[in-house]
Ligand binder design. Structure first.
Ligand code: F6P
Length: 513
C-alpha cells in the first residue's frame, strides 16, 4: 500500500468510535448532512431516490479521512478512466464500458452501444409485430450476469404490462428447465440464449435441451425460434442461430454489468422498449451524479466510505440488504454477484495483497418477511451487521392502503430500533430482553419503483462497488476466482485428473468414479 494510503487509513483508524445516539444528540443537521437525493425528470415527471446514511457511524472527521483515502487512491483519475473507456480492467486488458450503454463513455463506444441497442430495438419490434409467429412465452437461458439482471428487472417491472410470459432459467439442474417447459407451449415459445462468451456449460447445455424440447414438440426449425444475446456473435452463428437473430454487445461490457446491453432483451420484449429506455435513463441520472460530484457529496462514494469503515474498522464481515418491496425480491441476489464477484479478491490490481478485508458477504431478503426470520440476530446477536433498507413511497399494489402503510412503518421502525436499542422487560433489566442498539443502517427511499428508479438503483450499486474497489486498490472487473472449480468439474467429467480421497469417495458413491 502506498504511504499516503497507509497514512489515510491510520488517520481513519485513530478516530474515536462514537455511538449513533451520541452522533444524533444535539446535532439537528445530521440527517440533512448525511442524506442526499439523486433525481431526474422535470415538473410532474420529476422523481428520484433519497439516500439516508445518517444512521451510520460516519462523522465529519471520518468523511474527511475517507476523502483523504480516496485522494490517495487516485479516485478522481480512476473514475475518469472508467468513463473514458480506458483499459481499467488491467488483468484482462480491457475497458469496462457499461456506462456507454447509458450514454456515458467515449464517443466511439457510446455510438457503438447505441447502434447495437437500435438493432435490439428492431428485433423486439419485429417479434412484437409477429415476425416469428405468435410468441406468448419466452424462456431466457443464461447464468450469472446473463440471468440475474434480466430476472430482477422482469420481476420488478412486468407485473402489469408483460407482453410475454417470461421464464429465466440459469441452473444446470434440469429441474429448472423442466419447470419452464411445463409452463410454456412450445408452439408459441421463443428461446433467448444469453451468454457473453457463448461457451458457458450450463447455458449451452440448457440451450441444447431447449432445442430438443422444441423439436420433439413439433417445431420443425428449432434454431429459428432462438435469439442469441452475446459478445461472441460468431460462436452463436456457428451454434446455429441465424445472424439476423444474434444481438451482439461489446466485449468491454462485463457480464455482471450487462443488463444494459442486449442481455436486457427479455426486459425490452416483456416490459416494452419505453420501459427499457427509462431504465437506461434512470441509470444515466446516477452516472451523471457519480461522474460530476466530488468527495462526500458523491452519494455512491459516501456509501463506499461507510462500507469500508464497517469492513475494516469495525470488522463487519457481512452487509445485509432488505428490500421492503416484493418487486425487489431478487435484488439481494443480484447484488451478491455484483459486489462479491467484483470485490471478493485478495490482491490489488498490481497483484499485491490488499492488506485488509475486501468485499463483505452480501446477504439479505425482503421485508417484512425477513423480520420474522433473521432480524433476531440483527437486533440481539453478537455480530454487527450494517443494513441497507430499500423502500418505495408509492405503493406497488392497489389494495387497502394499510398494506403499504404497515410495510413502510415496519421498514422505518427496524432502522430506528437497531439504532436506539432498549430493554423490553417490565423492570428494564432482563438481559434476554435487552437490545444493545447502536447498530447501523442506511435507508434508500424511492419516490416510486418504476423502470427509471430500478435503473438508478442498480447503477448506484455499480458505482458504489467501483468506488469500494478503488478505495481498496482492487480491479473489480475480472473474476478469476470462478475458474478453478470450473476446470476441476471438467476434469472430473473427462475422467482426466487425480483427486483427493474425499472427492474420489464422493465420485464413487455417486457412480461417477
Ligand atoms: O461465473 C463467472 C461468469 O463469468 C460471470 O461473471 C458471468 O456473468 C457468468 O459466468 C456467465 O458468463 P457468460 O455470460 O459468458 O455465459
Amino acid at each position: 500500500m502506498s504511504d499516503s494510503r497507509t497514512a489515510a487509513w491510520q488517520q481513519i483508524e485513530a478516530l474515536p468510535q462514537e455511538t449513533l445516539g451520541d452522533l444524533f444528540a444535539g446535532d439537528d443537521a445530521r440527517v440533512d448532512r448525511l442524506s442526499g437525493r439523486i433525481g431526474w425528470g422535470e415538473g410532474e415527471d420529476a422523481a428520484g431516490i433519497r439516500f439516508d446514511w445518517s444512521k451510520t457511524h460516519l462523522t465529519d472527521d471520518l468523511l474527511a479521512g475517507f476523502e483523504a483515502l480516496a485522494e490517495a487512491s487516485d479516485f478522481t483519475a480512476k473514475r475518469a478512466a472508467l468513463f473514458a473507456g480506458d483499459t481499467i480492467n488491467v488483468t484482462e486488458g480491457r475497458a469496462a464500458e457499461h456506462t456507454a450503454q447509458r450514454g456515458f463513455g467515449s464517443e466511439a463506444s457510446v455510438e457503438e452501444a447505441q447502434a447495437l441497442l437500435a438493432r435490439m430495438q428492431m428485433l423486439v419490434e419485429a417479434i412484437r409485430e409477429g415476425a416469428l409467429g405468435q410468441i406468448k412465452h419466452l424462456i431466457h437461458i443464461g447464468i450469472g450476469g446473463s440471468a440475474l439482471g434480466p430476472a430482477l428487472a422482469i420481476n420488478a417491472l412486468t407485473r402489469d404490462l408483460s407482453y410475454v410470459d417470461c421464464h429465466v432459467v440459469s441452473n444446470i439442474d434440469g429441474v429448472a428447465l423442466e419447470a419452464a417447459f411445463e409452463a410454456c407451449d412450445p408452439a408459441t415459445t421463443l428461446i433467448a440464449v444469453a451468454s457473453k462468451t457463448f461457451t458457458t456449460i450450463e447455458t449451452m447445455t440448457n440451450a441444447d435441451s431447449a432445442l430438443t424440447w422444441l423439436r420433439e414438440n413439433g417445431v420443425a426449425d428449432p434454431h429459428g425460434r432462438v435469439v442469441a444475446l452475446t459478445a461472441n456473435p460468431e460462436r452463436a452463428v456457428e451454434w446455429g442461430v441465424d445472424e439476423t437473430r444474434v444481438l451482439p454487445f461489446m466485449e468491454s461490457v462485463g457480464g455482471r454489468y450487462s443488463l444494459w446491453s442486449s442481455i436486457g432483451f427479455p426486459v425490452a420484449l416483456a416490459a416494452g422498449l419505453d420501459e427499457f429506455a427509462a431504465m437506461l435513463d434512470g441509470a444515466a441520472a446516477v452516472d451523471e451524479h457519480f461522474a460530476n460530484t466530488d468527495g462526500r457529496d458523491n452519494l455512491c462514494l459516501r456509501a463506499a466510505f461507510a462500507d469500508q469503515y464497517y469492513a475494516r474498522v469495525r470488522g463487519c464481515q457481512t452487509r445485509a440488504v432488505f428490500a421492503y418491496d416484493e418487486r425487489l425480491a431478487l435484488f439481494p441476489s443480484y447484488l451478491q454477484q455484483l459486489e462479491m464477484e467484483s470485490n471478493g479478491k485478495r490482491v490489488t490490481s498490481q497483484g499485491e495483497p490488499v492488506g485488509g478485508p475486501t468485499a463483505p458477504i452480501t446477504w439479505g431478503g425482503v421485508g417484512t418477511d425477513a423480520q420474522h426470520a433473521v432480524f433476531q440476530l440483527l437486533h440481539q446477536g453478537t455480530h454487527m451487521v450494517p443494513v441497507d433498507f430499500i423502500a418505495s413511497i408509492a405503493p406497488g399494489d392497489a389494495l387497502n392502503p394499510a398494506h403499504h402503510r404497515i410495510l413502510l412503518t415496519n421498514c422505518f421502525a427496524q432502522g430506528a430500533a437497531l439504532m436506539a436499542g432498549g430493554n423490553m422487560s417490565a423492570d428494564g433489566k432482563d438481559p434476554a430482553r435487552e437490545f444493545p442498539g447502536n447498530r447501523p443502517s442506511a435507508t434508500i427511499l424511492c419516490d416510486d419503483l418504476d423502470a427509471a428508479t430500478l435503473g438508478a438503483l442498480i447503477a448506484f450499486h455499480e458505482h458504489r462497488t467501483f468506488a469500494n474497489a478503488v478505495l481498496m486498490g482492487i480491479n473489480p472487473f475480472d473474476q478469476f476466482g470462478v475458474e478453478l472449480g470450473k476446470k476441476m468439474a471438467k476434469d472430473i467429467d473427462g475422467g482426466a485428473a487425480e483427486f483427493d480421497a474425499s472427492t474420489k469417495a464422493l465420485l464413487e458413491a455417486s457412480g461417477l468414479g
